[in-house]
Ligand binder design. Structure first.
Ligand code: C2E
Ligand code: MG
Ligand code: MG
Ligand code: MG
Length: 285
């Protein structure tokens, strides 16, 4: 009887696995047609100086509304897109859309910067740079107003090709930000050799302010400044966190405390209010 029960469990497990795989495959197919049909939307989250008065850039974040499943987080669909080799098409679609929105809706702010997330895999494909360049030309978006956010895991592979692509981007005036800094394992020597302007401290560390997180943040800020880089702290939700980061000498803050990711219409209002503050805030270049 015990054996029978074991077998049943195996059957149940296989069925569960099967339906998980089915679900995954369905999601992958839906994603494929959504990417092609440009059904994935974008939102924008402001990155501000620690005092909240100056805007560094707007981070562009993908939003996928699935007709059956509702809103699916990029943390869930980006890995699927990477596995299905859809990520390149996806990112270039996001970039193009963001550049067009910036030009058409936010043209009154000519110094507005955008930060776009790039995946490891696509950055390693050799014509990535050409496609990127083509989009910038086509949308007439100034390359010196573009930040590309890359993660540390990027540097684990094909370092020389990576560096070459990065340098070509830098020649156009594009800047690089290291995203989720502290969660990977990049060595200082490596980072130093690459054209990086900003480190983004992962929100896991901001979360732990008060329980030791500040020690790491302090070290990152000192190191970054020593290497002529700036620091953005991500996921800042409380005034306490913001004042701690300010005390430690952090440069920029991104998080719900100052602004959430917003769709285009909402961002228009936000930008209007922001630029009409009495203290005359600035767009930083
Ligand atoms: P990320 O680049 O580190 O983006 C920051 C994430 O933190 C965003 O989640 C943002 O909504 C969230 N966030 C911002 N402020 C706060 C806060 O105060 N509290 C909390 N709890 N969260 C905050 P989102 O939009 O879900 O994106 C998740 C990740 O998906 C991004 O992390 C990025 O790695 C990836 N991603 C998003 N859009 C794209 C894209 O277009 N291309 C690629 N390759 N990756 C993307
Ligand atoms: Mg990012
Ligand atoms: Mg991040
Ligand atoms: Mg992240």
């Amino acid at each position: 009887q015990a054996k029978q029960a074991g077998r049943d469990r195996t059957v149940i497990f296989d069925k569960a696995m099967e339906s998980l795989l089915d679900e995954y495959e369905k999601l992958e197919n839906d994603l494929r047609s959504s990417v092609d049909g440009e059904l994935i939307d974008i939102s924008f989250q402001p990155i501000l100086s620690t005092d909240g008065k100056k805007l560094e850039s707007l981070e562009v974040l993908g939003r996928w509304f699935h007709p059956r499943l509702g809103l699916i987080s990029p943390d869930r669909f980006i890995p699927i897109a990477e596995n299905a080799r859809l990520i390149r098409r996806y990112t270039l679609g996001v970039l193009k859309k963001a550049c067009m929105v910036a030009k058409m809706e936010f043209g009154v702010y000519p110094d507005l910067r955008l930060s776009v997330n790039i995946s490891v895999q696509e950055m390693l494909e050799n014509d990535f740079f050409d496609d990127l360049h083509a989009i910038l030309l086509e949308t007439d978006f100034p390359p010196h107003l573009l930040n590309l956010e890359v993660t540390e895991s990027l540097f684990a592979k094909n370092e020389s090709e990576m560096t070459e692509t990065m340098l070509k981007c830098c020649e156009l005036g594009i800047k690089f930000h290291i995203d989720d800094f502290g969660t990977g394992y990049s060595s200082l020597a490596r980072l130093h050799a690459l054209p990086i302007s900003i480190l983004k401290v992962d929100r896991a560390f901001v979360n732990r302010i008060g329980q030791g997180g500040e020690t790491l943040i302090k070290a990152v800020i000192e190191m970054a400044h020593g290497l002529n880089m700036k620091v953005i702290c991500e996921g800042v939700e409380t005034p306490g966190q913001a004042s701690c980061i300010t005390q430690l000498g952090g440069d920029y803050i991104q998080g719900y405390l100052y602004a959430k990711p917003m769709a285009t219409a909402e961002l228009s209002m936000w930008l209007f209010n922001f630029t009409h503050q009495e203290t005359s805030p600035k767009l930083i270049h």
